[in-house]
Write a protein that binds this ligand. Sequence first.
Ligand SMILES: O=C(O)[C@H](O)COP(=O)(O)O
Length: 214
Amino acid sequence: MTNTLVLVRHGESEWNRKNIFTGIRNPDLTDKGLIEAVWAGRVLKAEGLRFDIAFTSKLKRAQHTLDIILGEIGGELPPIVEDAAINERDYGELSGLNKDQARDRWGEEQVLEWRRSFDTPPPGGESLKDTAERVVPYYREHIWPHVAAGKNVLVAAHGNSLRALIMSLEQLSSQEILDRELATAAPQVYRLDELGNVAEYRELVRSEGRDDGI
Ligand SMILES: O=C(O)[C@H](O)COP(=O)(O)O
């Protein structure tokens, strides 16, 4: 399969485990996150996917996930481009706060609005719209040209930087993106047509109880 773009959110991070708003802070993966990344690499390999180039953010959890995936796939490593343009959405003053404590302090509805609305930024941070305004131009300028040239491209990034990109790729409305959740290390596999529209999409989700190692 060519013209393939695979987006993958990092595996579980230390702060995901502790239920803490992370944004552009820099925790690493947990042991569970490492295992999730291994699984993502194995399932992509089992799909027969090989990558010509890979992109990741400047944050450890995404870089580490990418390294593990590429290691599992094996063979010659593709070039890796790291750029802050695909960093996680900056959670501003919420960064470092426990999500339940934030709900106790500001109320369920306010916190949900900060987390999932399109254009309400958390105090001192970025809305999904702000995030899209850096992610989408970066995608168009630096990532899409490789896919357009028939390459297979892997992007390891973050829940909200990828939601911003998916909103543009799938032409979702600001209402439709509200409910789109990305599981950790679940590859989103897109085949794009020559205009960059989605020709095929599949999410590879880990099923419990497999005994074939993936
Ligand atoms: O930055 C974070 O805290 C998480 O990666 C994503 O946050 P969310 O679950 O509020 O989208």
